[in-house]
Write a protein of this length. Structure first.
Length: 179
């Protein structure tokens, strides 16, 4: 994130006004990204271009939140000891979805009728997945992280796990570092 007198340069080169509260909502996200580097088996795919992230937005059908966009742009994908955060693993979106949020989301939309505003983020275990639910943006335009499972007919939301991606990521990073 680049701050210039209360302005942020966003993906397509436009400037957007940043409120103090918006900056505050990034604190957990930024802290989590920094602390994650200390986790065992820290792995990222690497920075993605704005063009690739914008292509992913178009395929998803919704503009990504600031945290989500920044995650895709800076890291591409993230994993550390027992945790995998789906991201953008390659630039071509060719159909293989191992760790790719967009491809996993599109595949599950087609095969399992995944809600159109859910973006695959995380696999919990035993069929439970974490999704960014873009139909429920908070006051900072960030989607919550929800846990859901497909019951063979439809998706069932089990719980809201975190207010946003930064809170979720920080929770799991701190859990890992406390071990």
């Amino acid at each position: 994130m680049y701050l210039i007198s209360g302005e942020q340069i966003i993906g397509n080169g436009e400037q957007e006004h940043i409120n103090k509260e918006d900056i505050m909502s990034y604190q957990n996200f930024e802290k989590a990204l920094e602390l994650a580097k200390q986790c065992k088996f820290y792995t990222i795919k690497g920075e993605r271009t704005d063009e690739v992230v914008i292509k992913a937005e178009k395929l998803f059908g919704c503009k990504f939140s600031k945290q989500n966009y920044e995650f895709f742009k800076k890291l591409g994908y993230l994993s550390f000891f027992g945790n995998e955060f789906y991201g953008i693993c390659k630039d071509d979106f060719s159909g293989e979805h191992a760790g790719c949020a967009i491809e996993a989301t599109l595949q599950d939309r087609k095969k399992l009728n995944l809600p159109s505003k859910w973006l695959t983020l995380y696999f919990f275990d035993d069929g439970y997945y974490g999704y960014l639910d873009y139909s429920q943006l908070n006051e900072y335009s960030e989607p919550p992280v929800i846990m859901a499972i497909y019951d063979g007919k439809k998706y069932i939301t089990v719980e809201k796990v975190a207010e946003d991606f930064g809170d979720f990521l920080l929770m799991l990073v701190e859990e890992q570092l406390s071990r």
